[in-house]
Write a protein that binds this ligand. Structure first.
Ligand code: SF4
Length: 364
């Protein structure tokens, strides 16, 4: 049964699979690793341009390790889940430290060594080993979980511990002895292109003939969703401090929400005292009436953040140099400077707010 599953998938992949993805040419461990991390939570079509830009700037582990984190985050901006970029950078630095002057820096080839690195789980490690080195390891990412949950008509949510154990066993049983790179790509492609979350295209599926969900007519209701939960809402205020130089941005601390990215000064309430403190912290003076901007909602996996932007015309009390003021971790964002955006990683809602201002011609 498992060989038939793998064989059908391989035959289908040879005819219909994706063979022109940029990380397949060449398919080395560094490129597969970067692509696998980018593909977590993100679709292939979105990832491709990011991957190409990232690899052009950081072609190998050494180049990534030597780059400033700001530069890495700037190349990630827009992909979201920034911890992934910080982990890539930390991984590269750790591997370079461990290997001294060895050039090129070798990528680990053991599952345990890979999963010990930041941001690499069991499935990602397996995907790297299978695709880059042709080693036999089963993968179980979100797409594969959906395919297998349907193929065996799994009862209950795939994330339940007993179901997760069963899915790993099913994944291992189906993994063939040879053609590991193609099989791994094939099962990921099946989930991404045919066994879709909504409206799976079963009539074109190579494993439809023994898919239990399809035979039972339950492909639309499986996998069983997690019990619903209402996400909590949090409120915050972003200050758009606007001077003749642009909008003031601050660099976030390396850990936590949007760690290491550039963001707007944030206050928990927009009362007089909080604003006065924010202005004084940046040695700025109010020169007009603050103006509330429309609310912006940014949703994370575990809560909704309602952002209330407040635009405030200001002037510097002391002279500041325009551009990046590294020591103070602040800068004046000038939307008319095309290089500035490429140089800094912006938190996603900040980019939306700045674009909104740009469109009204006020961020310049
Ligand atoms: S037959 Fe349909 S539900 Fe079953 S694996 Fe194929 S696409 Fe998914």
């Amino acid at each position: 049964m498992e060989n038939r599953f793998a064989q059908r998938l391989l035959d289908w992949h040879a005819r219909h699979g994706r063979h022109d993805l940029p990380w397949q040419h060449p398919r080395d461990a560094y490129r597969v690793w970067v692509s696998e991390i980018m593909l977590q939570q993100t679709q292939v079509s979105t990832v491709i341009p990011y991957f190409n830009r990232f690899i052009a700037r950081f072609p190998n582990l050494r180049a990534l390790a030597d780059a400033p984190l700001d530069d890495v985050l700037a190349h990630w901006a827009g992909l979201g889940y920034y911890a992934r970029a910080r982990n890539l950078h930390r991984c590269a630095q750790r591997l370079c430290e461990q290997n001294g002057d060895v050039d090129p820096v070798p990528f680990p080839r053991q599952l345990d060594a890979l999963t010990a690195l930041p941001g690499i789980g069991r499935s990602t490690a397996a995907a790297i080993l299978a695709q880059a080195f042709g080693e036999r390891h089963a993968i179980l990412d979100g797409n594969v979980k959906r395919v297998l949950s349907r193929h065996i008509a799994l009862e209950g949510p795939p994330s339940r511990a007993d179901n997760e154990r069963r899915l790993w066993l099913e994944a291992e049983r189906r993994t063939p002895q040879t053609h590991l790179a193609d099989y791994t790509q094939a099962i990921m492609d099946l989930g991404a292109t045919l066994c879709l979350r909504r409206n799976p295209l079963c009539e074109r599926c190579p494993v439809a003939q023994d898919c239990a969900a399809r035979l039972q007519g339950r492909q639309h209701e499986l996998p069983t969703p997690k019990p619903g939960r209402t996400l909590p809402q949090r409120q915050t205020h972003f200050l758009l401090l606007r001077s003749e130089h642009g909008i003031l941005l601050e660099k976030r601390p390396p850990q936590g929400l949007w760690g290491g990215l550039w963001s707007l000064p944030e206050v928990s309430d927009a009362g007089h005292e909080a604003l006065a403190q924010a202005l004084s912290r940046h040695t700025l003076r109010l020169i007009g009436e603050p103006r509330a901007q429309p609310r912006l909602r940014h949703s994370f996996s575990h809560f909704h953040l309602d952002i209330h932007p407040l635009e405030i015309p200001v002037r510097e009390d002391k002279s500041h140099a325009q551009g990046v003021m590294e020591a103070r971790e602040t800068l004046w964002y000038n939307g008319a400077d095309p290089e500035m955006k490429a140089r800094i990683g912006l938190a996603a809602p900040v980019e939306r707010l700045l674009n909104r201002l740009m469109n009204t011609g006020e961020a310049e």
